[in-house]
Design a protein around this ligand. Sequence first.
Ligand SMILES: *Cc1c(COP(=O)(O)O)cnc(C)c1O
Length: 432
Amino acid sequence: MLNRTQSEKLFAEAQALIPGGVNSPVRAFRAVGGQPLFIERGEGAYLLDVDGNRYIDYVLSWGPLILGHAHPQVAAALADALSKGTSYGAPCPSEVELARLITQLMPNIEMIRFVNSGTEATMSVLRLARAFTGREKIIKFEGNYHGHADMLLVQAGSGVATLGLPDSPGVPVGATVHTLTAPYNDLAAVQRLFEQFPDQIAAVIVEPVSGNMGLVRPLSEFLPGLRDLTTQAGSLLVFDEVMTGFRVHLGGAQALYGVKPDLTALGKVIGGGLPVGAYGGRREIMSLVAPLGPMYQAGTLSGNPLAMAGGISTLRLLSLPGVWEQLEVMGEKLVTGLAERFAAAAMPVQVERVGTMFGFFFSEQPIINWATAKLADTARFAAFHQVMLEHGVYLAPSQFEAGFISTMHGEQEIRATLAAVEKSLGSGRVGN
Ligand SMILES: *Cc1c(COP(=O)(O)O)cnc(C)c1O
């Protein structure tokens, strides 16, 4: 068993001061039992907790750290920026530089506005879509997460597309009356909504690869179909690439699948571990953003030089020749190894990978949407999560989260991870 004395002590203190002891709910480990670990430091592919335990980290701050923890060149860029002041509330050169880097890697983004989180990016991009189309309704998909703005905190009802009801107390019904939901990968449901609400739907927002119900890929016709349906209806297609941007492909899901969204929301990797979000897209639409146009959106710390330095150094290093290819090689080794170990244990598991994101569901059937995802065996996942942690592997504490690798996950880390999987499956604690 792990020594968790210091983590337990800190968690007790934290719970008296911070709701649930955490500043973002999934961190509390409620879905897998046990208690969260308090982290002392991150080093490359590893997390070190306050009790001196070391783990191979597949959470990577929930996606941003594609170069691993405390990458020396990112740290140096941050130190340099820090010495010049952390925020000016006035334009600075690094905003232009990060904007140029992103628009080069994602040419569908002709203009971009930086914000401070993915939540800010999605709520701003939908305000813009509504301003541009003069329409109020939006369509989102069951099991897709777009941050915690009121209008987006909507889960779908049954399998049928329904009007959204708020997912959390405190969200006024009025804030979600214009949020329509459809099952992921279900074009017919989207088509029905367009028929039911002609000329009323401003935008369809989608995670082009879904990473917030576990990793679920789009069926081949899904994204092109959304492109066609939105174009026909005069509504906008918004890709929420907060997670997939620079994670499924160097040009995001839009490059991987060759589908051109009107607008894109970004976050996570573009800050390299600092709080950054962004939204951007067609120049014609972005020209509505204040002060160029009338759609108001602002931010005290938006585009601050420290956060920009995190993004610039991360995207530069990620774009160097061979770096992406190496990530793909390591990602493939990991999921091939996982699938082999589960098969050898005769355990039904659906293993998926898209670029540097991976996932596995304890389920006998392919996962295509939230209805199929939620059939996965969460008790088995919880047991697996606990044993893996004891063997030094830190997985996201929920069946319904994606896993991430970084450039620091090499042969040695993959081997150690697969050895831990073998031990975990052989422990008699994961079933079969
Ligand atoms: C993480 C995430 C968000 C929210 O970003 P925050 O920075 O946590 O506000 C939005 N959309 C997607 C797809 C995400 O994965």
